[in-house]
Design a binder for this molecule. Structure first.
Ligand SMILES: Nc1ncnc2c1ncn2[C@@H]1O[C@H](COP(=O)(O)OP(=O)(O)OP(=O)(O)O)[C@@H](O)[C@H]1O
Ligand SMILES: [Mg+2]
Length: 345
């Protein structure tokens, strides 16, 4: 049975997706069958792992809402031992759509049934919230990896996450463990980074991974090339740090005998990729993807909003957005307090 790890922290931009993609790729580089599940509507793990989505591709949305078999959503990546279940923007409405579903926190748990046997590790990239999607991930997981950015507010909000983990343990998944707290974007030259490390260790003690993910430009460049860092720059610090993380986890799980150095599957994936880009030379050459370019729909939406006259955004019949809006002149709930406050001032 595969081990399921959720990468979670409701704080945005702390390195969840980076960790999910690169940990999954590093485990797969050791020829250990790995599945990366993207359960964030932003779908950054999907694009960052470089899988090609066809028109017919299904996503985790269909699994959660339309009872699709998860195996029908699995897409192979360019690494032999890494498969991906993609996300898509439809997932945005899932929190609401799940509300009336029976056992709404266990939908992913039930859906994982068949793939648990096929993979040794299943890594889930969670969205930056503690809503139903993250609850589903925590309920379906054996353990949580908590990335914490080495910055001033590192510990802020972690209490809420721990509370949620404890609620999940009590009501949904009694064996949910904390795999570890992972310091990300660490810069050893900064006193702040070192202070954050001390603080995190003070609270989480042996639950802090020995491996620290250093700030490394290759890590941040790799997603724009649709690759885990190991395929983007195998010699980089980022590759080393995420390989170290994979090994730390292997060791705990008694799998320390894996060797990865100059692994054949990495070489093959790099060769395939180079072949592909050689074949594409001179055809549809794109500018170097240093900056994400929004598509035409995005440009249109922005233009529409900018060109909309303000009146159009008001509710023209004067109705208030509350259930009882017969008396449009009545103060809205909460308004009285605001008036009092104004008087006080
Ligand atoms: N070790 C690192 N070195 C340099 N840049 C990094 C590193 N880790 C993450 N980043 C960058 O930080 C940004 C945030 O990372 P990431 O998207 O992984 O965070 P996240 O927690 O998944 O965000 P969200 O909450 O929006 O899902 C990205 O631009 C990523 O490339
Ligand atoms: Mg993310």
């Amino acid at each position: 049975m595969g081990k399921v790890l959720a990468v979670a922290n409701q704080k945005g931009g702390v390195g969840k997706t980076t960790t999910a993609v690169n940990l999954a790729a590093s485990i797969a580089a050791a020829e250990v069958p790995t599945l990366l599940i993207d359960i964030d509507p932003q779908a950054n793990a999907t694009s960052g792992s470089g899988v090609t989505l066809t028109e017919e591709a299904h996503s985790i949305y269909e699994v959660l809402i339309e009872h699709a078999d998860i195996e029908s959503t699995v897409i192979p990546s360019s690494m032999q031992y890494l498969d991906v279940v993609p996300s898509d923007i439809n997932l945005v409405g899932t929190e609401v759509e799940l509300i009336d579903v029976p056992e709404r926190e266990r939908v992913l748990y039930h859906a994982l049934g068949s793939v648990r046997k096929k993979y040794d590790y299943i890594i889930i990239d969670c969205p930056p919230s503690l809503g139903l999607i993250t609850l589903n991930a925590l309920t379906a997981s054996d353990a949580v990896v908590i990335p914490v950015q080495a910055e001033y507010y590192a510990l802020e909000g972690l209490g809420q996450l721990l509370n949620t983990i404890s609620i999940v343990r009590r009501h949904l998944n009694p064996t949910l463990d904390i795999e570890g707290v992972l310091l990300t974007m660490f810069d050893g030259r900064l006193r702040l980074s070192n202070q954050v490390m001390e603080e995190v260790k003070k609270y989480f003690k042996e639950k802090v991974f020995t491996t620290v993910i250093r700030r490394n430009v290759k890590i941040s460049e790799a997603p724009s090339h649709g690759r885990p860092v190991i395929l983007y720059d195998a010699q980089s610090i980022g590759t080393k740090d995420y390989m170290d993380l994979a090994y730390e986890i292997f060791k705990r799980d008694g799998l320390e005998n894996f060797t990865v150095a100059e692994h054949s599957s990495i070489k093959k994936a790099q060769k395939d990729r180079d072949k592909k880009s050689d074949a594409g030379q001179g055809k549809t050459e794109k500018p170097s993807p240093e900056v994400y370019e929004p598509d035409a729909d995005f440009e249109k939406s922005v233009n529409d909003i900018l060109n909309e006259s303000p009146e159009e955004t008001l509710n023209m019949d004067g109705a208030l957005p509350y259930e009882n809006h017969q008396d449009a002149s009545a103060p809205a709930p909460g308004d009285e307090q605001t008036d009092d406050q104004e008087k006080e001032l």
